[in-house]
Design a protein around this ligand. Structure first.
Ligand SMILES: N[C@@H](CCC(=O)N[C@@H](CS)C(=O)NCC(=O)O)C(=O)O
Length: 320
């Protein structure tokens, strides 16, 4: 399938994983996304796919390599759900696709791509639809790249904050799962530092100061975004949506689900998020099958705030 496909430039060939270990990759036709509905990094890519005019297509098991499951779908991406709850990402089969054991991974006509923001740049080159990398405006391009880099740098901060105040103990691994994680990562560089994170999180030895430091870094970034939106621009880097809006919107959604008080602390930024999240691509691509989970997270966070243990209270204490 090469619907909508534009010529691929050399620059983005580097986002591709050469010689992937999983035999499934070469068999996949069209666009297949390995993702989880509630994972912000995967939501970024789904948002971009829908901006590019590709809709969610068939659902296949992530490791199904039958001929029928490997077929592409015209005008759509094939969904291969990797459950972070059932720990599908910590299986041997998935480690051969994504050696860092994280979602997303995308395969386009037998070529494997990892790293969500690289995938988005790749999609921008490969497909039509909304341009997400503002190549024709060097100033906006530099700004969009800088905001995207900041978003990537603060990726671990979202993990710390949402595991501490959102998931709390819910995502702790059993001793067996932790052993499996170490085993699967033993020959890789553990680019996402999952092993060290879970070690501290599971044994509850991450000091509160570390969590607070991550929260402060995010607060500082939101304050800067609030500042830049004061000139009335519609999106973070100007009047068109770019990859920078995508990465920041997904962080904002996750924190909104933890009841982060954006409207109280950063009203212009909250209005920006409303604008971005009302796009059909966000509603269909991001929220689609995530709506129920999102509502459940919000309800849980509201109760925690009523009990005085929520993220909202912590943020309001720090952002006066
Ligand atoms: N740098 C990677 C980060 C991917 C990542 O951390 N994904 C998270 C979900 S947002 C994940 O799969 N986490 C697994 C876990 O926490 O166990 C990217 O941008 O694609």
């Amino acid at each position: 399938m090469r619907n909508n496909t534009k010529k691929k430039s050399k620059a983005f060939m580097m986002t591709r994983v050469e010689n992937p270990k999983s035999p499934i990759v070469a068999k996949l036709e069209g666009v297949h996304l390995f993702h989880y509905d509630g994972a912000p990094c995967a939501q970024r890519v789904r948002f971009a796919l829908h901006e590019k005019g590709l809709v969610r297509g068939r659902e296949e098991r992530f490791d199904d390599d039958s001929i029928a499951a490997c077929k592409g779908q015209e005008g759509a991406w094939v969904s291969r759900r990797v459950s972070l709850v059932k720990k599908d990402h910590m299986t041997k089969a998935y480690s051969l696709i994504q050696p860092n054991l994280v979602v997303p991974a995308l395969v386009h006509d037998g070529q494997l791509h990892i790293e969500s923001m690289d995938i988005i740049e790749y999609l921008d080159e490969a497909f039509g639809g909304t341009p997400l990398v503002p190549k024709h405006d060097p100033e906006q391009l530099a700004d969009a790249e800088a905001q995207t880099t900041l978003g990537k740098e603060l990726h671990r901060s979202i993990r710390f904050v949402t595991f501490r105040w959102g998931l709390r103990g819910l995502a702790r691994l059993s001793a067996k799962e932790e052993g499996q994680l170490h085993e699967l990562l033993k020959d890789s560089q553990d680019g996402e530092q999952l092993a060290s994170f879970y070690e501290g999180y599971d044994s509850q030895t991450i000091p509160d100061a570390v969590y607070i430091d991550h929260l402060d870094k995010l607060n500082a970034a939101f304050a800067r975004h609030e500042q830049r939106l004061q000139d009335g621009r519609k999106f973070l880097t100007g009047d068109s949506l770019t990859m920078a809006d995508i990465i920041w919107a997904m962080k904002t959604l996750r924190l909104t689900e933890c009841d982060y008080p954006f409207e109280q602390c950063y009203p212009a930024y909250a209005a920006w998020f409303k604008r971005v999240s009302s796009r059909p691509s966000f509603q269909e691509g991001v929220m689609g099958k995530h709506k129920f989970m999102s509502t459940a997270f919000r309800a849980k966070a509201s109760i925690e705030n009523l009990l005085g243990i929520g993220l909202k209270r912590e943020v309001l204490k720090r952002v006066a």
